[in-house]
Each structure stands twice: as structure tokens, then as C-alpha cells.
Write a protein that binds this ligand. Sequence first.
Ligand SMILES: Nc1ncnc2c1ncn2[C@@H]1O[C@H](COP(=O)(O)OP(=O)(O)OP(=O)(O)O)[C@@H](O)[C@H]1O
Length: 292
Amino acid sequence: MTAKISIQNVHKSFRINRNLNHLNEASKPMSALQDINLDVNPGEFMVIVGPSGCGKSTLLDLLAGLTKPDSGQILLDGKPIKGPNLDRGIVFQQYALFPWKTTLANVEFGLEAKGVGRKERRQIAKEFIELVGLTGFEHRYPHELSGGMRQRVAIARSLAYDPEVLLMDEPFAALDAQTRETLQSELLRIWEATKKTIIFITHGIDEAVYLGQRVAVMTSRPGRIKQVVEIPFESRSTEEDLRSEPEFARLRHEIWGLLKDEVSRAQKQEKSKSLDGVPVGRSSLKGVTVDG
Ligand SMILES: Nc1ncnc2c1ncn2[C@@H]1O[C@H](COP(=O)(O)OP(=O)(O)OP(=O)(O)O)[C@@H](O)[C@H]1O
């Protein structure tokens, strides 16, 4: 089978200015991702989990085409990713909705960019609003919606223009626990209905085991793929709660076993970075979360 996404020998580093004793040393490269290799199958739900600062968002930016690897390449359907494109939909942690547009207009946005005519646009947008359970809220503005509803709009907007792959960067991290669990099962239902390939980034081990068909565990910085764990649940949208099954606990334990040393190493790195006067950048001290 040809991979939908093939990440091949990807390296990425950043230049950082070390500011010691008020003297600017020459900027030094800091390796963020090292030799990343990962194939994602068509229609697969792949989760990437790793400690804070290990390069998860850097990897997602590369997949989105927002940045380029220093070496290696990422292929989508066998062709190198050269920049952002509507063949990839992205859902971020923060709701990237236009505050001045209604639900309908937000969902129509990507379709407009794709050149879909007005009538068809409206019809497709309504279908996806229904798919994410927001019928009746078409004319509301983002500030009139809850956090969970806004993420539903973001998901509908990304899916409406029919991307090949949906990239999700901690999309439920800012939501309360109950809303998060509801949206996790809704996402599985949507995934089964649309058969999209999904790459989902998270800190949460429970979220990873619940959502992923496979979970790629990353090391602390420089981020590498430590191991890819198969999650062999047959039906993921079952009404029974997977989380209470013994197999769920076993997998959660297995992933935590792979992650715990990486988390403590990442925390030490963060500490020495701030002592060195090096800005911590986008990452923070938040670790990996195990719910419950
Ligand atoms: N534009 C940038 N310039 C310099 N350093 C960067 C830049 N983006 C990321 N980094 C650094 O690269 C490393 C990886 O960052 P990244 O945000 O990808 O990690 P992460 O795993 O997504 O972290 P978190 O889980 O905390 O969001 C971090 O050390 C970060 O400080």
C-alpha cells in the first residue's frame, strides 16, 4: 500500500541566540527534530504523543508546509510537500475562526478559496455543520458559541473543502474534561463517516490510546520516533466505553512506560534552558497527561 503521508529522514533545527551575561554569543543551531521516519496509511488515524518541547508542533508545521525540513522530505500521495495547500486541513488548539464571520461563513471560507460557487458552497457547508452537530447554530458568531462548539466549527471548516489529510494540533487541550471526551467520540464518528487520514498531536496518553489506530511515541528533544504502538481495538466508535477495558489500561501503561524517561529528560532540558537565559520558546513545562 502506498502511504498517504510518508515522512522520510526529516531533520529540523532552529538557530537560537544565547544571551549570557548580557553578551550575545553567536547563534547556535538547536536540533528540534532528528531523523524522523513515519508512514501514515490512507484513512488511518495516527496519533503522535511526546513530552513538552519534543518537536510535535514543529513536525505538524512541516506537514502543513508552513516550514521546510533542513533535510529529508515529506510526501503526500508520493509527491513532496512544498507549502501550505488545501489538500491538508488543519485544526489548532486555539480556535482559528474569523470572529466577524458566522458559523456558516466560517465553514464556507475554504470552499470560497477553492472556487466553489455560492449555492454549492452553502449546501456543502450545511452538510458539514450537520456532521459536527451544529445545525441550528449556522448564524451564530464565534463569541456566541462555547469552546467545544467553536472547535466543532473548526473541524467542519477543515473538512468542508475535502482535504486529503486532517492535521490536528492538540485541538481539545483547551477544553474542559467532559467536553473533551464528548469531542473525542464525536471525532471518531466523523472519522468513520468521512474516512479521512488524520494525524493528531497530543500530550494526553488517554486521548492517544482512545483515538489512535497507532500511536507514535516521540523522545525528548531532539525529537525522534521512539516507538510506534498499535492500538488493536476493533471498533473505535463502539458505544461501550473503551476507557474502562483492561486492554485500554494495558496500552496506557505501555505508552507511559515509553514516555516517562522522556518527560523527565524534557523537564531537565527546560530547566537548564531557562537557567542559561535561552528563551523557552513555544514550549512550556506542561508534561504528558494521564487522565483519571
Ligand atoms: N520558531 C522557532 N524558533 C526557535 N526555536 C523553536 C521555534 N519553534 C520551536 N522551537 C523550539 O523547538 C523545540 C520544539 O518545539 P515544539 O513547539 O515543536 O515542541 P512541542 O513538542 O510541540 O512542545 P509543546 O508540547 O510544549 O507544545 C522547542 O525547544 C522549541 O523551543
